[in-house]
Write a new protein. Structure first.
Length: 178
């Protein structure tokens, strides 16, 4: 993992991250090699409010199924507001295209999300998130009432995380994602 950040003139800033994961697990619990680059540009509307636009390029490689090897591209917008030092609200939207070697795994996906973070005590923090994903497979058909239609998946993803700082730079986290 590598990150680079730079403040730009006025209320603008830029950062970029890169990550390499060898034999890591994807969000669907599949083993793959993954290479990601994410540049982001942010604008501070006020000291409490920020809007960030980003794009990403991701390559995935599967040893056991080369047809699923993919080159993903996605763009997104994030909005964050810090209501007070101990409360934060975020919302985001992202569009992604999963371009695989095999047409069967190719898809386009929209993700909409929101999250709220607050202090539970002087040090314990709770993060509550909800995501909604709509995914379309242009080359996959499913049978609905004796008619072939394009496959579409919809998924709600709730998540809650509790964080307790231990020592400088270390946190204990417990979370649940449905």
């Amino acid at each position: 993992f590598a990150a680079w950040q730079r403040d730009l003139p006025g209320r603008w800033s830029f950062d970029a991250t890169g990550e390499i994961s060898l034999k890591g697990s994807t969000e669907d619990r599949e083993i793959s090699d993954q290479y990601v680059v994410i540049p982001r540009v942010a604008y501070r509307i006020s000291s409490q409010t920020r809007v960030r636009v980003y794009g990403a390029l991701r390559a995935r490689r599967y040893d056991d199924d080369p047809g699923r090897n993919a080159f993903n591209r996605y763009v997104g917008v994030e909005f964050a507001e810090r209501a007070s030092p101990d409360r934060r609200w975020e919302a985001d939207v992202r569009y992604e295209v999963n371009g695989t070697e095999s047409p069967r795994q190719h898809y386009g996906r929209w993700t909409f999300g929101t999250g709220y973070s607050f202090l539970l005590s002087d040090s314990d923090r709770v993060d509550v998130e909800m995501r909604f994903r709509m995914q379309r497979y242009p080359f996959r058909l499913v049978d609905v009432d004796d008619t072939d239609v394009q496959r579409r998946d919809h998924r709600w993803i709730p998540k809650v995380t509790w964080t307790r700082p231990l020592k400088s730079g270390f946190d204990l986290r417990a979370g649940y994602t449905f």
